[in-house]
Design a protein around this ligand. Structure first.
Ligand code: GUN
Length: 292
């Protein structure tokens, strides 16, 4: 069997198009131009690339982008002061503090300083807390996990009552993905590097979200036949034949898994593009809320 490919690139392009139209409609209705402020502390090359990509897509969709860069040795007070200024700026509807922050900064305190009405990343402790509680709704949901759920639904996965396994428990992906799956009425198992038998836990999964950050760790024989597999991993592996000397692979051994799964995301072109599309959706939503 060869799995259906879940095409995140196309699905994300459709979402971006909808957001672009939504921006025009909001402005035509007398609303504000949505604005996203990015805060990049230090010079982590991957973070620089992600922020550049986010700002570029803002430009394409008519969202104003305000880029703020602080040196790696910025103090806690400096970062929090900037966040508070952005909270008070009516042109800013979303504030994104790119993670990870340099060592020594208190990430939780910085995320807590963001006005929850502008927390388009959904990482404020109140928004995460609401995500974890029954009957409570966060104002924003983290973009990568939300993208995973969108891809599952678009692929036709039945989430209600399904056995869902999330491999990885990070604050950015694994944990919020598990919480979202609970909200969808799935039966959720979170497994991680200390899990005794990862393979056998994964084999029970009707829905498998892989977010462990280890290249191709999840093998084909870990996949339950007919499962829906969402691969969040983006890992560089050396490849002398590739132009750049490396290629990108996910956390799942794609060529093996595609023979077993019902549907699977590719890397790249699966979850990756969904993160930015979700961020743009959240920024538009925030600007709409500011208008009303
Ligand atoms: N670092 C990796 N992913 C993300 C994300 O979605 N948002 C932020 N702010 N930082 C990240």
């Amino acid at each position: 069997m060869t799995a259906r490919l879940i095409d995140g690139k196309t699905i994300a392009a459709d979402i971006r198009q909808e957001v672009g139209e939504g921006v025009e409609e909001l402005i035509a209705a007398g609303g504000p131009r949505p604005g996203l402020a990015t805060v990049l502390v230090g010079e982590n090359p991957a973070s620089q690339t992600y922020v550049r990509m986010k700002r570029k897509v803002c430009g394409e969709l008519g969202i104003e982008s305000f880029g703020h860069e602080l040196p790696a040795d910025a103090s806690q007070e400096e970062v929090e002061k900037l966040v508070k200024e952005l909270n008070a700026d009516p042109k800013v509807h979303g504030i994104l503090v790119q993670l990870p922050l340099p060592a020594g900064l208190d990430e939780e305190a910085i995320l807590r300083a963001i006005d929850i009405e502008k927390d388009v990343d959904g990482f404020h402790p109140v928004n995460i807390g609401r995500l974890a509680q029954k009957g409570r709704e966060p104002l924003f949901v983290p973009c990568t996990p939300a993208g995973c759920i969108t891809l599952l639904k678009k692929a036709g996965a039945e989430l209600e009552g399904a056995n869902a396994v999330v491999a990885g428990r990070s604050n950015i992906v694994g944990m919020p993905a598990a919480l979202l799956l609970v909200k969808e009425n799935a039966t959720v198992t979170i497994c991680h590097s200390r899990t005794r038998d990862l393979a056998s836990v994964c084999r029970e999964a009707d829905i498998l979200i892989a977010a462990i950050g280890r290249p191709e760790m999840i093998r084909g024989d870990w996949i339950k036949p007919g499962a829906y597999v969402i691969d969040v991993g983006i890992n560089r592996v050396d490849d002398p034949e590739a132009k750049r000397g490396y290629r990108l692979v996910g956390d799942v051994a794609f060529d093996e898994a595609k023979e077993i799964a019902e549907a699977i995301t590719p890397v790249p072109g699966g979850v990756g593009p969904m993160t930015i599309a979700g961020l743009m959706q959240n920024t538009l939503r925030s600007a709409r809320r500011a208008m009303s």
